[in-house]
Write a protein that binds this ligand. Structure first.
Ligand code: NAX
Length: 328
């Protein structure tokens, strides 16, 4: 049996947390031969800590063979101590009457504190996924607050958008979802993201040629993927949780175990490729192998794509400007 690895999950007793921790403990993220120690963070309030305690009782009751230990805490340093992976799910939701700017600032405080705690306590190889919104900007803040950790080890979740786009494409083209490769979702995890299937293939042939419907792309597909989160809230009365947890598992599993050459989308700090300024946390196409991701480079960008990519970039830059004073 392998040595256990430490997986930190914040907001562990929330909606997404409740769909996530049991799957991690079952080996669905890091493999059925990889024992894990779950280190779970929740707010210090009695209600949140009681809910976390309940989640831990259920973890016990699952008797997962791969669960080698668990910690429940309200102290970020304890949650991140020696952690090999961190899934930062907990975030401040938008309250009634709260301005977008206030939401950004409240989350900046959380992710500055958690970035510092990661810097101080986590394994030097920790791989971090930020799910809590605004995910790209929160990931960028955590990265900047952890200067002793490699920047490339901070990522934001675009995988739910990627998976949503995959399903829409599979339905439109009447092909199995697993047969589609080379899809990209550029930019911010927000309705400005740009799902781009110009390079996508199905069984090696061009998916774009097969669909051959640019009006559908621009007027139906792109807005539908962008507004899917709102459509789920409208239908369920609650935001996406199972699909978000599933996407987090996909993101971390692929990063740790590889994609066998398949493209996936990850929010990663830009290295300046595709005209996206260095360190902007932006959705890019990547392939993963040996525990590392590599950006797919040199894809041709046409005028429409440039406009779409710049629009989502502008939104990210505006978010960054909104929190810049806190990082100074
Ligand atoms: P919930 O409100 O159900 O759960 C959040 C949990 O985090 C709560 O239990 C809360 O007590 C805890 N929490 C809040 N601040 C914390 C902190 N500073 N430290 C530790 N724990 C803290 O929200 P849920 O539906 O689970 O969503 C979590 C986050 O994911 C939200 O920010 C949400 O907007 C975001 N999402 C991101 C997605 C993505 O694709 N990147 C998609 C799904 C989701 O909307």
């Amino acid at each position: 049996m392998k040595k256990p690895v430490r997986v930190a999950v914040t907001g562990a007793a929330g909606q997404i947390g409740y769909s996530l921790i049991y799957r991690i403990a079952a080996g669905e993220m890091l493999g059925k031969d990889q024992p894990v120690i779950l280190q779970m963070l929740e707010l210090p309030m009695d209600k949140a800590q009681a809910a976390l305690k309940g989640c831990m009782m259920e973890l016990e009751d699952c008797a997962f063979p791969l669960l080698a230990g668990m910690v429940g805490t309200s102290d970020p340093k304890e949650a991140f101590k020696d952690a090999d992976y961190a899934l930062l799910v907990g975030a401040r939701p938008r309250g009634p009457g709260m301005e977008r700017k206030d939401l950004l600032m409240e989350n900046a405080k959380i992710f500055i504190e958690q970035g510092r705690a990661l810097d101080e306590a986590a394994s030097r190889d920790i791989r971090v996924l930020v799910v809590g919104n605004p995910a790209n900007t929160n990931a960028s803040i955590a990265m900047k607050s952890a200067p002793s950790l490699p920047k490339k080890n901070f990522t934001a979740m675009l995988r739910l958008d990627h998976n949503r786009a995959l399903s829409q494409l599979a339905a439109k083209a009447s092909v199995p979802v697993a047969d589609i490769d080379k899809l990209v979702v550029w930019g911010n995890h927000s309705p400005t993201m740009y799902p781009d299937y110009r390079f996508a293939t199905v069984g090696g042939a061009s998916l774009k040629d097969k669909i051959n419907d640019e009006a559908w792309n621009r007027e139906t597909f792109i807005p539908k993927v962008g507004k899917r989160g709102a459509a789920i809230i409208e239908a369920r009365g609650l935001s996406s949780a199972a699909s978000a947890a599933n996407a987090a598992i996909d993101h971390m599993r692929d990063w740790a175990l590889g994609t066998n050459g398949k493209w996936v989308t990850m929010g990663i700090p830009s290295d300046g490729s595709y005209g996206i300024p260095v360190d902007i946390m932006y959705g890019f196409p990547v392939v993963c192998a040996n525990g590392e991701y590599t950006m797919v480079r040199d894809l041709p960008i046409d005028d429409y794509s440039r406009t779409m990519m710049d629009k989502t970039l502008a939104e990210l830059q505006e978010e960054q400007a909104g929190v810049a004073s806190m990082l100074a």
